[in-house]
Design a protein around this ligand. Structure first.
Ligand code: 6R9
Length: 647
């Protein structure tokens, strides 16, 4: 049976729970309203934000593709994230339940957050930071990381968060590309039960970043830390002693807010630039819409690192803008035990969980008996982000985490888009496992062919955005030309997302993976995601990654790497043939992998993306390339030493 038939016939669909639909933030009427006049709709959403000067314009697209949103408005981002909630009488509301990996915990109220953000803002001012200056943040998942981002936003000083798992080299590139003069870091953080140092990487990096004047160091692990006199300052000495009073200044809506480098790709990383007004409107609105957020009662948990855009938009910015209560967890899901996430959900009565399919597949591999030990009844909505969620993972997530009655929202977006653009709305959609389904109200997407012709039901092609949206990137840092070339040159007046997509018979959208992950085998276009999904639907398979390896005869050949479920043992002697036959049955003989290798781990970036580039190196029998952005750089050695494969 082919993939389309499998979707239509055997995968169940899930209408929204009645009560959720009755009280839903977004209804079918919201789509209709946005369709009548999308700019009026965005002007309406801008009221979620407190402006010191209300904008009278919505979108200025006269210099396309360089957009200005709410351009004559003025505001302060941090005022919107903390002060206004305190002024509204919500100072005692918990902003974050921080849970350290070793089990230490701290609840931080909005009033406390306001004080600590103000202290850091004062400290940065003392170091000479002015609006427009860039500040690098290289931190573990601790409250000071959030405080650092919000304090920079308060000063109109764009932050450049570099994922704490990246190497000193990655730090050098980003600090220098952006011209950062201040770095905020920590002695270390806890990972897998051990303190893991961060400061030495900063010291190493700064040998190549002469313009950096000062480093602020938060104490987390208490490990021995070298401090460079005159340059390095302990947070406890320098920040915690500052005044808790700081008056937020107003900035124009287009004030740069942050630069985030896109990771995991080859070549020079792109510095994606976001600005203030539109980004705040777009993230606040989508957080409220996609997760049906009720800030007074929900406990929201984005289980993602702040070094990834999901951590920016939906761990820091949107939850604080909406006055929500969130969980901030420092560590790994299996420390000290494999039930850690479910224990946290149980402890804080989390109502909305947002994570990546790769995490879900890991939990599947560990077995459903682990979450069964915890009370997960507080959950009411589950979110997915980062890659297409295969139907098996969706169904497992819904059944074993979501007690078979919580909607799963599969949110498609990018670092560049800043906010969700495609996702089912939980109170409206009849969820289809594996489909991101429909553009959010106010957002315009199409699937087009190579010539830019809009495709219809039952057709596959490339995903494009046909109208600007408020949280869109404004450019690439110092590289307007690359911004135009990458996103706006492939088609006229359309943003090219780089993802393949199809519309099913109902017109709903399915993401097919990056177009660079689309293989061409004997002239047939095939998506890596589709074959991975077929492999994972086999009862013995926990995870799969597929790459196209250069092949003399067929152009590209399909090579699969699979991790077996723990109860499948070594899969048996014939496992490779069994899986090839299975894929042939699921999709067709053309999709049969030429070779399948059984491995114990897959190489992933910290945001959970499989680094297919490295697998391609193995499949093509090459020296493995740059592994600096891997979550665990020993994985490649493990894969090479433990291959069980065949062709
Ligand atoms: C938020 C984030 C963006 C790329 C994007 C696409 C993939 C993200 C997805 C998804 C299918 C989803 N992607 N969410 N694919 N379904 N729900 O992940 O940003 O790190 O910039 O990655 O991730 O390929 O183009 P980023």
């Amino acid at each position: 049976m082919n993939q389309a038939a499998r979707e239509d016939l055997t995968t169940p669909t899930f209408p929204p729970p009645e009560e959720l639909a009755r009280n839903a933030n977004v209804t079918e009427a919201t789509y209709a309203q946005a369709e009548v006049d999308d700019l009026a709709f965005w002007a309406e959403q801008a009221k979620r934000i407190s402006w010191s000067k209300e904008p009278t314009e919505v979108l200025d697209w006269s210099n396309a593709p360089f957009a200005k949103w709410f351009a004559d408005g003025e505001l302060n981002a941090a005022y919107n994230m903390v002060d206004r909630h305190v002024e509204a009488g919500h100072g005692d509301r918990v902003a974050f339940h921080f849970e350290g990996e070793p089990g230490d915990a701290r609840a931080i109220t909005y009033a406390e957050l306001k004080d600590e953000v103000s202290q850091l803002a004062n400290a940065l001012v003392e170091l000479g930071v002015q609006a427009g200056d860039r500040v690098a943040i290289y931190m573990p998942m601790i409250p000071e990381a959030v405080i650092a981002m919000v304090a920079c936003a308060r000063l109109g000083a764009p932050h450049v968060v570099v994922f704490g798992g990246f190497s000193a080299d990655a730090l050098v590139n980003r600090i220098n590309d952006c011209g950062c003069e201040i770095v905020i870091t920590a002695d270390g953080g806890y990972r897998r039960g051990k303190p893991s140092a961060l400061k030495p990487a900063v010291d190493k990096a700064l040998l190549q970043c002469p313009q950096v004047r000062n480093v602020i160091v938060a104490k987390r692990t208490g490990q021995d830390t070298e401090m460079v006199q005159g340059r390095d300052l302990w947070w406890d000495d320098f920040v915690a002693t500052q005044s808790t009073e700081h008056t937020p200044e107003s900035f124009p809506a287009e004030q740069p807010l942050y630069v985030m480098y896109s990771s995991g790709s080859t070549g020079k990383p792109k510095g994606i630039l976001h600005t203030t007004g539109g980004y705040l409107v777009g993230t606040a609105y989508t957080h409220w819409a996609t997760f049906d957020l009720k800030p007074e009662t929900d406990v929201f948990w984005t289980a993602a690192d702040i070094g990834w855009v999901t951590g920016h938009s939906y761990l820091v910015y949107a939850p604080l803008l909406n006055g929500a209560t969130s969980v901030l967890y420092e560590g790994t899901p299996d420390t000290p035990h494999k039930g850690r996430w479910w224990e946290i959900i149980d402890k804080y009565r989390v109502t909305i969980l947002y994570c990546a399919p790769t995490a879900i597949r890991t939990f599947m591999k560990w077995g459903s008996e682990i979450p069964e030990r915890y009370d997960l009844s507080s959950l009411r909505i589950l979110g997915s982000v980062g890659e297409p969620i295969n139907p098996e993972a969706y169904l497992w997530y819904r059944k074993h985490i979501g007690h078979d009655d919580t909607p799963v929202v599969d949110t498609w977006w990018q670092t560049e888009t800043g906010m969700h653009l495609i996702s089912p709305m939980p109170g409206v959609a009849t969820g289809k496992p594996g489909a991101a389904m429909r553009a959010l109200p106010g957002v315009s997407v199409e699937v087009v062919d190579d010539e830019g012709k809009v495709l219809g039901k039952g057709e596959s092609g490339l995903l494009v955005l046909t109208k600007p949206w408020p949280a869109m990137l404004r450019s690439l840092w110092n590289d307007d030309q690359r911004y135009i070339d990458t996103y706006w040159s492939r088609f006229d007046n359309m943003y090219f997302a780089g993802d393949g997509a199809k519309r099913d018979a109902d017109g709903d959208i399915w993401l097919l993976g990056r177009v660079d992950d689309v293989m061409n085998v004997s002239g047939h276009r095939m998506s890596t995601a589709e074959i991975e999904s077929a492999l994972v639907s086999h009862p013995k398979v926990a995870e799969a990654a597929v790459v196209g390896a250069t092949d003399e005869t067929t152009g590209q050949a399909i090579v699969a790497f699979v991790i077996l479920r723990s109860d499948a043992g070594d899969g048996g002697d014939d496992i490779v043939n069994e899986l090839r036959t299975h894929v042939a049955n699921e999709i067709g003989a053309i999709a049969k992998p030429k070779s399948i290798m059984v491995v114990s781990e897959l190489p992933k970036t910290r945001s959970g993306k499989i680094m297919r580039r490295l697998l391609r190196d193995i499949a093509e029998d090459r020296e493995v390339g740059d592994v600096t952005t891997l979550q665990d750089s020993s994985v490649m050695d493990q894969i090479k030493s433990g291959l069980k494969g065949g062709s």
